[in-house]
Design a protein around this ligand. Structure first.
Ligand code: NAP
Length: 244
């Protein structure tokens, strides 16, 4: 199979880095961005096994012009975009009654607005190509809710709605759009939860553990494969049975 060109936002660490690994292991070409480089992005760029099919750019995707320049750089280097994984996201813990407006803006601007802008940019190319796959990373809290995460949860529910409408808009043009809703993963984002809360979540999870980035990465790769060509507009929950 010809390697596909994949854009993954926020692939420098955490879940995004796991998704980068999954696509690189699948033989695809991966471009990712985040505000800062990490050891992992430097390793992929230097490793002879991945260097010629990996691109990292330090980009804050909330800056629409910078996001557009990044997509342009990907197309200049690799010629097309086949897959977009909207992974970059941020959470701000806290009860709504004391939430700061700047925190509300930060969460909305990245989780929703920047995702819409990035999708708009990439969709224009996919429409010209007549094919593509988009995967939005939402969360089980978008449907199940979580005390202290109301704003973040609302953005994740919003992403699932975005997925459903976009699937209807793009289905006839050969483009699939799905959400993957992970349960709880041990990444920097979950550092707001203490060890006791994480252990409690693991105990309540039928699989008996928290999720790992590769649990999610394999599902994202599947959703972009020809085998999943008839799946669109769905939210696939990957949570070890937590919300079953
Ligand atoms: P994380 O460890 O905090 O990583 C977030 C990634 O996004 C980093 O690469 C970060 O790099 C990048 N990023 C943040 N702000 C950015 C911006 N403005 N522009 C570009 N890149 C930006 O988070 P994670 O746990 O891997 O979460 C990844 C996704 O999974 C998120 O959408 C999250 O909501 C979702 N999720 C996570 C969990 C969980 O339990 N962790 C559960 C369900 C869903 P920089 O900081 O350098 O920009």
């Amino acid at each position: 199979m010809t390697p596909r060109v994949v854009i993954i936002t926020g692939g420098s660490r955490g879940l995004g880095a796991g998704i980068v690994d999954s696509f690189l292991a699948n033989g695809d070409i991966v471009a990712t961005c985040s505000r800062s480089a990490t050891d992992r992005t430097e390793r992929w760029a230097a490793d002879p096994a991945t260097a010629d099919r990996f691109l990292f750019a330090a980009v804050d995707i909330v800056d629409s012009a910078a996001a557009a320049a990044f997509v342009g750089e990907v197309v200049t280097r690799f010629g097309r975009v086949d897959i977009l994984v909207n992974n970059a996201g941020i959470a701000r813990d806290g009860m709504i009654a004391v939430a700061l407006e700047e925190d509300i803006d930060t969460v909305l601007d990245l989780n929703l607005r920047a995702t819409f802008v990035m999708t708009r940019l990439v969709t224009r190319r996919m429409l010209r190509q007549g094919s593509g796959s988009i995967v939005n990373i939402s969360s089980v809290v978008g449907t199940a809710g979580y005390r202290g995460l109301s704003i973040y949860s609302a953005t994740k529910a919003g992403l699932d709605g975005f997925t459903r409408s976009l699937a209807r808009e793009l289905g006839s043009r050969g483009i699939t759009v799905n959400s993957v809703a992970p349960g709880y993963l041990r990444t920097e984002m979950s550092h707001g939860l203490d060890e006791a809360q994480l252990n409690q979540i693991a105990r309540r999870t039928p699989a008996g553990r928290l999720g790992e980035p590769e649990d999610i990465g394999s599902v994202v790769v599947f959703l972009t494969s020809p085998a999943a060509g008839f799946i669109t507009g769905q939210t696939i929950v990957v949570d070890g049975g937590l919300t079953a």
